[in-house]
Ligand binder design. Sequence first.
Ligand SMILES: [Ca+2]
Length: 311
Amino acid sequence: MAERIIIDTDPGQDDAVAILLALGSPELEVLGITAVAGNVPLALTALNARKICELAGRPDIKVFAGCDRPLRQPLVTAEHVHGKTGLDGPSLPDPQMPLQPGHAVDFIIDTLRAEPPGTVTLCPLGPLTNIATAFEKAPDIAARVKQIVLMGGAYFEVGNITPAAEFNIYVDPEAAEIVFRAGAPLVVIPLDVTHKALVTKPRNDAFRAIGTPVGTAVAEMTDFFERFDREKYGSDGAPLHDPCVTAWLLNPALFTGRRINVEIEVHSPLTRGMTVADWWGVTDRVPNALFIGDLDADGLFALITERLARL
Ligand SMILES: [Ca+2]
């Protein structure tokens, strides 16, 4: 039976690839996509999510708009990385499929209450505002979640939006704290591993060589995305952060990690949004996450390319 997932997302070129990877994989059943403010404001992430579904030939996917700002602070966005639209690179038509009526948070709550306990996986690819709001509004649902597999945080790589914090966690640290303390099984894909998922030229060429609208659009997205990282890190290509989440669900053997305690810094102005990861087990704090540390990058890109080619 396919793993049933809700993708919570702020597309984002790498979110787009994560969603396409899920839609190209029969092992995953996407119950819905919930948009959140993050890389760009909510109106754009809700639009981009639908553009991606239509690119994949899946206008039947339910897309909901969620929270338009973090719980307690103004929204920080990342147009400097993703471009003005959040999805710069390919020219994708405006979607015909409608946004679903109702709020993303209510969709998350209603789905978790309607489905048998332990059968729905949450895949957050952006700030954790929607998930935290759902857990606050409906405290019964955290115990019904099968697992949360999220992209966020860092330990060895420390931060990308500040010297100490990764973007998704930094945008809404209070939401992250709620999610990390919710008690639901948690898999964390941090920068430590996504910075090893680089779209090198041969990998980008492989996307383009698929020769379909999806392959071409993904190649154009990663072409755009790459400019920023090449300038900032001098790396060989853009890190495909978010696809690691859906790839982990498809083949966890591509990844290794440790079950450790991870807490979120919410107080210090200097390190706000830091994921304090007890990688070395130097505290007696109880492990609350599988924190991923390494991956088989060639295996990851082979998987992504093969699945994108099915769309
Ligand atoms: Ca994202």
